[in-house]
Design a protein around this ligand. Structure first.
Ligand code: UFG
Length: 342
């Protein structure tokens, strides 16, 4: 029996595949490669010295999806496939709703048809909207401030409804905080297309000379130094959280949400300082206006995941910065980099 990983070629997906293979699982990967490259999967194979099938399949393509379920005995699905750019979702809401929500509906329908009812879903701390206080625990009120966030929230609700209708489903909703870092080998990592909208890939691209300076969005928040505070989590810790959640969905029934964060917040200016120290590179930056829609402070209470999944993030900020830098330095053009220094 195998684990199907949708969106397995992406940033979180590729790291999750490595951890699943390391834990001894057989995997099958689906990806439409709209925002990822098959090269990431070749590197997962190289790193783990394990082989697995992958298919270029879009979740909206029910027939191809059914073929995958017909050809492989699948025990559980880790569902990471989805569009994830907040800004883009505001200009392309229909595209986001169709891709993320319809894609998930078709996936669940096909899973049901083949009697596969175990799912780990890639959700986001975005479902907490503008939280009133921190740390954020799973029982906080949920809301969304943009179409991307609404897709995550709606999918969570759809999956809860699915369990209410049929209690033989077993679902974990993983609410990621801010994943950064890369596999310690520097062979897989985050490869955003175009100019990055997230902080860490922006910093690393400044460091490698692809961008001139970082724009710090606001220094007048009620935080330690006025810049926004987030809960950055090493992507390998995040990936290991998926393995723990998988064990849970395969051994019990129910639907449950878990925060995957460290429980510690760092400001943008603290992140710049930590990166400069880890990489020994200066990051030129300029303070500009706040980015609309940003919250001042967001960090997790990760105690539920510790208690119920036996998982906690163990990698610190130095490691996160070091590994982000190592990946960027070795792959200045991401997976398109032709010559890779070891
Ligand atoms: N920031 C800058 N300059 C930049 C980019 C970001 O100052 O060029 C700041 C932001 O204002 C924020 C912090 O860096 O204070 C982190 O910003 P990111 O864009 O990296 O991350 P966000 O917390 O805004 O968003 C992330 C994910 C979303 C997810 C959200 C959930 O990108 O998908 O966390 O909490 F919805």
């Amino acid at each position: 029996m195998a684990i199907l990983v949708t969106g397995g070629a992406g940033y979180t997906g590729s790291h999750t595949c490595v951890e699943l293979l390391a834990a001894g699982y057989e995997i099958i990967v689906l990806d439409n490669f709209s925002n990822s490259k098959p090269e990431s999967l070749n590197r997962v194979k190289e790193l783990t010295e394990k082989d697995f099938p992958y298919y270029k399949v879009d979740l909206l393509d029910r027939r191809s999806l059914r073929d995958v379920f017909s050809n492989h005995p699948i025990e559980a699905v880790i569902h990471l496939a989805g569009l994830k750019a907040v800004g883009e979702s505001t200009s392309l809401p229909l595209h986001y709703y169709h891709n993320n929500i319809t894609g998930t509906l078709i996936l669940c329908d096909v899973m049901k048809e083949y009697g596969v009812k175990n799912m780990v879903f890639s959700s986001s701390a975005t479902v907490y909207g503008m939280p009133e206080r921190v740390p954020i625990s799973e029982d906080f009120p949920l809301s969304a401030t943009n179409p991307y966030g609404r897709t995550k929230l709606m999918i969570e609700e759809i999956l809860c409804d699915l369990f209410v209708a049929d209690s033989s489903w077993s679902i974990s909703l993983l609410r990621y905080f801010n994943p950064i870092g890369a596999h310690e080998s520097g062979r897989i990592g985050e490869d955003p297309s175009g100019i990055p909208s997230n902080l860490m890939p922006f910093i690393t691209q400044v460091a490698v000379g692809k961008l001139n300076e970082l724009l710090v969005f606001g220094n007048d928040y009620p935080t330690v130094d006025g810049s926004g505070v987030r809960d950055y989590i090493h992507v390998v810790d995040l990936a290991q959280g998926h393995v723990k959640a998988l064990e849970r969905v395969m051994s019990s029934k129910g639907v449950d949400a878990f925060n995957l964060g460290t429980g510690t917040g760092y400001s943008v200016l603290q992140m710049i300082a930590a990166f400069e120290k880890a990489a020994a590179v200066k990051i030129p930056y300029k303070i500009v206006a706040r980015r609309p829609g940003d919250v001042a402070i967001c960090y997790a209470d990760p105690s539920k995941a510790k208690k119920e999944l036996d998982w906690m993030a163990v990698r610190g900020i130095e490691e996160m910065c070091r590994d982000s830098w190592s990946w960027q330095k070795k792959n200045p053009d991401g997976y398109d980099t032709k010559v890779i220094s070891k």
